[in-house]
Structure formats: C-alpha cells, structure tokens
Design a protein around this ligand. Structure first.
Ligand SMILES: *Cc1c(COP(=O)(O)O)cnc(C)c1O
Length: 474
C-alpha cells in the first residue's frame, strides 16, 4: 500500500480531504501565504498579544480529533488560532528582553533546513549541511577576530553555549590536575571555583548548576555591571585550586563589556579558564567602530553567543566556541578514538545533542548575504539607534537614563518606581512600543534593548515620540 492508499484507507477520513502526502505544495503554499501575511503586517500591528493561552487553546480546538483532515486546513487553523496570541516581537519598536527579528534570507534558509530535515550531527551522513555550518563557523571566527584554531559548535542558544563552554572548562581544569571527570565523576574531585561578576546573566548560574559546580562566587561589579578587575585579582588571593572565570560581553541593562584585556590576564596568570558570555555582545567584535568594547576577548578560552538576537536569525541558533578543540571534544565526544585524531570529531562531539537541526545554515546564509561590512553596519545601526533613543528620552520631563549607552541597551527610570511601572503599562497598552519592565540598582526601570535590524533612525524617533505621548500626568 502506498502512502496515498494508506491515507485514504485510514478510515473515517472525509473524502473531500483525501490528499497525497507526497504533494507538499498545497500545504507549503498555505504556510507561505500565511507567513507572508504575518510578516507583511508585523511592523504595523499592535505589539502585545491579544489572545490568552486559554483562548488560543479554545480557538485551536481542545479535542484530539478522531480522524485526519486536510493538512492545508490544519495550517490555516493553526495560523488563525495562534496569530492573535502572538506578540509582534519582530516589530521595529519592540525592545523587550533581548530578542531580535528575522532577516528574510535567514528565514528562507531556515525553511530549507526544515525541508531538508537532516540531522546535522554527523559529517559523513550529511556533508551538505555540515559544510555550510563549518564555513559559517570559520567565517564567524574571522569576523569576530577570535582564534582561527578554535572550534565551533551549534546549539539552541547562548544558554546551551554557556553550558558547552563551562563543560569544556570543567574537563580541562580537572584534567590539568590529572583528574579525568569523564571517568571518575565529580565526587572526590578537587573542588572548582567559578568566579563571576555580580551582574552575570542567570544562565551562567544554570550552566554551573547543570555541571554540578554549585553556586558561582560573585565578584563585585561596578555601576555599569562590569566586573571590577581589582576585586577579581583579590578574589584570586583567597582561592587555591581549579578556577573558571566567567566574563561578560554585553550586560542586559547597560550593554557594558568587562575589561577583557586585564581580566583575562589576571585569570590566566592564576591558571584559570576564562569563559565569555557574549549572547548579544560578542557581535561588537565584528564592527571596527565598536570592537574597542571587545578588545582582549580573543585571549579567553571559550565564548558563548547566539545569532537569534543581534544577527536577526530565527530561533534557535546558539554558538559555542572553544579555543582548545581537545577540551571541547573531551567534554562532549561519544567515542574515545577521536582523542587520537581531533580532525575526526563529529559535529555531535562538540555539543550536548546527538540529533539536531542544522542551526548553522541560516547563520551561513545571513553572513553570506550581509558580508563583512553588512554585519558591521547592522551592529553599528543597532547601537546608533540605542544612542538616538537615549538622547531623545533624556530630553523628556522626569526621565533619567541610568546607563552609559555604549552599545544596544538603554535603561531609563522615572522619579519613582510607580511612575516607571505606569509608563511601562501605558507604552504596552499603546501597542506601539514595548520596553521591558525590570529592576536594576534597586529601582524599577524600563529597558530598551535595540536588537531588531528594522529599528532605524525614524523608528527610534517614533519610539521617543510614543514615550513623550505616554508621559502626561506622570
Ligand atoms: C539572552 C542571553 C543569554 C541566554 O541566551 P539564549 O539564546 O536565550 O539561550 C545569556 N546571556 C546573555 C547576556 C543574554 O542576553
């Protein structure tokens, strides 16, 4: 029985819904039309979701159907049910969390990745996607100015990439003391100290937790959230034993970057491994105008980033980079034999997953499309819009900008917390601008994270104007 017959014979199927699963076109056409309609309106629609999770479930239909139905109809039902429940995070005036939109080329490449449906974990089986991913990895190292000898693994996001970096670190700092954590585990191992800035991202703590390293030891940060280098040096005076230092490229409130030159030097002098969380900040290294922010980061041992924030690639595209490929392969390799020949390492020997989609292919397409100067212009443009938003906001009555705007983040507050929260609510209900309510330096703040390629000077001006219109009475 072929697929068609088996579909037709599945019983109870409405005969008007008979279809041949080999005919992808009608279903893909339906999806493409809905995608184009969504994307065509996403810059103008109100940003917040209008439908709750409960309403979405009702719209989709809560009952598992007894019988099959037409796949194009399923796609229509999906889009009809879900879209009112979507937040327009691709809007050029969406500044929530740190998110980013999607470039057409990145989205189109991502569609191909799904169409090919390959498991990108194995070199011999899938040379096509592995070739594109390896090029993307090489180009990225070149673009950022990281060591060409480093190895790159593709994961779902910077959370997973932080985990990869700290996994390689854990293996390496213990191996240096002749402790093979793969064989002997952690029980009885020399205790590892993880030093972090007090304003590290929470996913660093998660990575340490997954790895059985416990709670990191916080080193005090300055007002912008940068680790205080003298405090780091002092911390080393109290530590003996294996140590991992986590630095940050891009603080979510201030956009600030740690002083890599000095911090890496101090950590390496003490024999520590240095990991850099650069989820959205690593990309400053690709801009000649902003790479002063990342100066010295190339001396670190591992880096975590993603392309779904700053580079505007669809989810999920995380990037884990490790300077010493052996440490990465030792932490994640499934076979012992690769140790003799690191060139034999498979993509799955670099990351936690065995089966995964080809996260790196949309990255390749986006780098190919933008080129070196296009990536620099993208990052410069985001930073320029952040500067413009900050310059506009600071002129408004009652508004204080709390950070030095060096990159893509702007954090503001009103005179008191209630006013700040109320401004956030008013912006949200305007539907025109969305900023993240947050707390920083013990006060309520609104954070504008400029992460979308479409946030240009005009959108920055419109953003400031929307805030101005929301202020009266505050
Ligand atoms: C977003 C973010 C992360 C986590 O990255 P995901 O891609 O969401 O997994 C880690 N660190 C920083 C600084 C971030 O901004």
């Amino acid at each position: 029985m072929d697929l068609h017959e088996s579909a037709a014979a599945s019983g109870g199927r409405d005969s008007s819904h008979e279809y041949d699963p080999r005919e992808y076109a009608p279903t893909l056409d339906a999806a493409s039309a809905r995608a184009r309609a969504w994307l065509g309106a996403v810059f103008d629609r109100p940003i917040p979701a209008r439908r709750s999770i409960d309403e979405v479930k009702s719209a989709l239909g809560r009952t598992l159907p007894e019988h099959g139905s037409d796949p194009a109809e399923v796609i229509e039902r999906l889009a009809d049910g879900v879209e009112p429940g979507l937040m327009a995070s691709q809007s050029s005036r969406f500044y929530g969390w740190v998110m980013g939109g999607t470039f057409p080329v990145a989205l189109a490449a991502d569609w191909l990745v799904s169409s090919w449906d390959l498991n990108a974990g194995m070199r011999d089986a899938t040379p096509g996607v592995v070739g594109a991913e390896e090029l993307a990895g090489d180009w990225l190292l070149e673009l950022l100015g990281l060591p060409a000898t480093a190895d790159v693994g593709f994961v779902t996001g910077a959370t997973a990439a932080n985990f990869v970096g700290l996994s390689a670190a854990r293996h390496h700092v213990l191996a240096a003391l002749d402790w093979d954590v793969n064989r002997a585990g952690l029980a009885g191992a020399p205790p590892i100290t993880v030093l972090v800035g007090s304003e590290r991202h929470g996913t660093i703590d998660l990575a340490a937790r997954y790895l059985g390293l416990g709670e990191p030891t916080a080193v005090v940060s300055d007002r912008e959230g940068r680790i205080i280098v003298e405090a780091l040096a002092e911390a080393f005076e109290r530590i003996t034993g294996p140590t991992i230092v986590c630095l940050q490229a891009g603080n979510i409130h201030s956009g600030a970057f740690d002083d890599f030159e000095r911090a890496v030097h101090i950590a390496h002098d003490a024999g520590a491994w240095v990991h850099v969380d650069g989820a959205f900040g690593l990309w400053a290294g690709a801009s000649p105008r902003l790479s002063h922010l990342t100066a010295g980061f190339e001396g670190a041992d591992s880096w975590a980033s993603d392309a779904h924030k700053t580079l505007n690639v669809p989810y999920d595209c995380g990037i884990a980079i490790v300077a010493n490929p052996d440490a990465m392969h030792a932490a994640f390799g499934m076979r012992a034999s690769y140790l003799q020949n690191p060139d034999e390492a498979e993509p799955h020997d670099k990351v936690p997953e065995l089966s995964r989609r080809a996260h790196g292919v949309p990255l390749w397409a986006t780098l190919r499309w933008l080129g070196r100067d296009g990536v620099a212009a993208l990052v410069d443009g985001l930073a320029a819009s952040a500067t413009a938003i900050s310059a506009g906001l600071v002129e408004l009555p009652g508004v204080t900008i709390l950070n030095d705007v060096v990159y893509t983040q702007v954090t503001m507050a009103m005179a008191d917390d209630e006013q700040t929260l109320e401004l956030g609510r008013r912006l949200q209900s305007s539907g025109e601008v969305l900023a993240s309510p947050s707390r920083w330096h013990d006060r309520a703040v609104l954070r504008f994270s400029v992460s979308n390629w479409a946030t240009d000077a005009a959108e920055a001006a419109r953003t400031v104007d929307a805030v101005r219109r929301a202020l009266p009475g505050l």
